[in-house]
Design a protein around this ligand. Structure first.
Ligand code: IPD
Ligand code: CA
Ligand code: CA
Ligand code: CA
Length: 261
């Protein structure tokens, strides 16, 4: 497999799907917006974007299976699996807001080997195919060197279904509000990439799904960052627990925000 060539083809597909999202946002009508549950929106555009990605990615790698948010195709364990979120940031999207993104990861057995996240409004394409091979458009990027929570620029999100642990973590974070700048941007995939590009220093979120995390986490690690679950382990894609950081402030985030010390 020529991973660089495949990555370029995936980027083209992410770009054209992103253009579709961008155009459709301008004509989206209230009656096209549905709710999966309270404040959890979905539209025909999420589903159509996913259908286009599945079709395009199937052409690129016919033997691969899929794990997708809108389930336009069923999950089947194969050697290669595409993990995709056709529209990450639907809440922003239905309110005519930004950002939102297209997120695509390729997993070989249990390892992610390629990640692409595209923000069509900002025309920003994040991609990675391995350590040190991570780009924002055509420019190589790296994580920040910010070393403490004090004056940190920290992203987080609030899951649609918030359990007790998730709520406690948000309370712990609140105690740090005077120390650093917190941001909720509303597209997990992009918010993880912001750390890869050195814009943001860390991000935490409970209740995320594999399609929110897989591509961004791979991109971040290739840019020198770190991801873990809430115990500090490696189960952050499938376990609904994510702490992502530039690596340097990871321990402090774990102690203050996750453990609440
Ligand atoms: C959501 C976004 C949001 C996060 C939610 C996700 P969606 O994805 O990433 O930032 O807070 O938990 O579900 O539903 O817009 O694809
Ligand atoms: Ca969704
Ligand atoms: Ca998502
Ligand atoms: Ca989505």
């Amino acid at each position: 497999m020529n991973l660089e060539k495949l990555c370029n083809e995936v980027k083209e597909l992410a770009r054209s799907t992103g253009e579709y999202l961008k155009t459709e946002q301008t004509v989206l009508r209230k009656r096209d917006i549905e709710l999966k549950s309270t404040r959890n929106y979905v539209t025909y555009i999420d589903k159509e974007a996913e259908r286009r990605l599945v079709e395009g990615l199937s052409r690129l790698l016919p033997e691969a299976g899929f794990l997708t948010e809108e389930e336009t195709v069923g999950f089947e364990q194969k050697e290669y699996t595409w993990i995709i979120d056709p529209l990450d940031g639907t809440t922003n999207y239905v309110h005519g807001d930004s950002p939102f993104s297209v997120s695509i990861a390729l997993m070989k057995e249990n390892e992610i080997i390629l990640g692409v996240v595209y923000d069509p409004l900002a025309a920003q394409m994040y991609s990675a195919t391995g350590a040190g091979r991570v780009f924002l458009n055509n420019n190589p990027v790296r994580v920040s060197s910010h070393s403490t929570l004090t004056n940190g620029y920290i992203g987080f999100g609030i899951p649609y279904s918030l359990d007790e642990r998730g709520e406690q973590i948000l309370r712990n974070a609140m105690k740090q509000f005077r120390k650093c700048s917190f941001r909720i941007k509303g597209s997990a995939a992009l918010e993880i990439c912001y750390i890869a590009a050195g814009v943001c220093d860390a991000y935490f979120h409970s209740g995320l799904s594999p399609w929110d995390v897989a591509a961004g986490a791979f991109i971040l690690q290739c840019a020198g960052g770190k991801c873990s679950d809430f115990s500090g382990g490696d189960n952050y894609i499938f376990n609904k627990e994510l702490v992502a950081s530039n690596g340097i402030i990871h321990q402090e985030i774990m102690e203050t925000i996750i453990q609440g010390n």
